[in-house]
Design a protein around this ligand. Sequence first.
Ligand code: NAD
Ligand code: UD1
Length: 351
Amino acid sequence: MKPTKKVFVTGGAGYIGSHTALSLLEAGYDVVVLDNLCNASQEALHRVEQLAGRALTFIEGDIRDRACLDKLFREHDIHAVIHFAGLKAVGESVSAPLAYYDTNVNGSITLCQAMLQAGVFRLVFSSSATVYGPEAPIPYIESMPRGATSNPYGASKSIVEQVLDDLVRSDERWSIAMLRYFNPIGAHSSGMIGEDPQGTPNNLMPYIAQVAVGRRSTLTVFGNDYATADGTCVRDYLHVMDLAEGHVSALDRLTLPGSHIYNLGTGQGLSVLQMIEAFERVSERQIPYQFASRREGDLAAFWADPSKAEKELGWQALRGLDEMIADTWRWQRQNPNGYRTEINTTSQGTS
Ligand code: NAD
Ligand code: UD1
């Protein structure tokens, strides 16, 4: 029998990380999660274990803590690392740039240093469509150069991509996939795990879901004067489980040396008003909304050309809009306050 491969998932208690941890367990990998829980709850991992029917290893720790990483690599025979840990609120990154560069850039460098010392050279990095910058023509294609970034969050992703490019050039043992996510939404179909933003949600779908469940009264739509069909911004929304499965597909690609960039999106753009209409239809709830001025830094429209991921990874976003919304709604309805007010279901697995 082949030995089980162990994947180290940084930030694995968070939104995308927890769904990916589940996909990894289901694909037969063992999983070690490191998370400092600054934007997550360990309850998410308990539920991942319940859904998978087996345990993972959880270590509460910080990605910038080199000694913690070295110990983890000594104690576990790691096949590959999937690196989600980071800060992701664009507005906050403008007011707290040092925190963003420290966690996102310094954290990634510390991780790579520890990997180098441990002799682990397979890495999947969470990048973002934001690195294409405001001037890129749509759809975005991986061969386009990285563009200007308008905020420290975007800059931190771009800088880490550059660091990783330089790293693979310096040493041919590295094999790195940089996955540029478009707009992940949705939740696992069980409704047991999902997105649980702390405080006021910055992103559209969690905001809509909180209006639908009665936690917030009205959605503010930022701008209705864009050069799009209905005047509101257009984005490429993809199901978080499709995104999670994209990471499992990317792991298989890590036999090839070098750095490999993939867009993970559907290739289809939808406007804010289309998202509201679809949510109202699927949930049978009214979403009261009002228009306000544009949000600084927003682009009118972008979506992915996902054909490279399809060709090279054999990956495609399979779940449609109604499924994304039905799954978001199930999660929000079952967990109106996210992970916080739920009775903690105990699990023996996490350590
Ligand atoms: P998230 O906040 O839910 O997950 C990030 C996780 O990292 C959290 O669990 C948090 O507690 C943890 N973390 C933060 N700082 C840490 C530190 N110093 N040490 C250890 N753990 C730490 O966010 P997410 O939506 O799951 O995003 C995951 C990754 O994907 C991030 O790197 C994010 O920038 C990137 N990304 C997300 C989106 C999106 O729309 N959600 C889009 C593009 C890229
Ligand atoms: C945002 C970030 C992006 C980051 C991504 C995931 C900005 C400018 N971009 O993407 O860098 O990678 O989140 O964290 O912040 N909207 C409303 N009302 C709301 C919320 C959003 O109208 O309350 C609109 C926005 O103006 C946008 C669309 O909905 O047009 C999608 O917004 P959002 O979900 O925040 O995603 P992005 O802005 O694409």
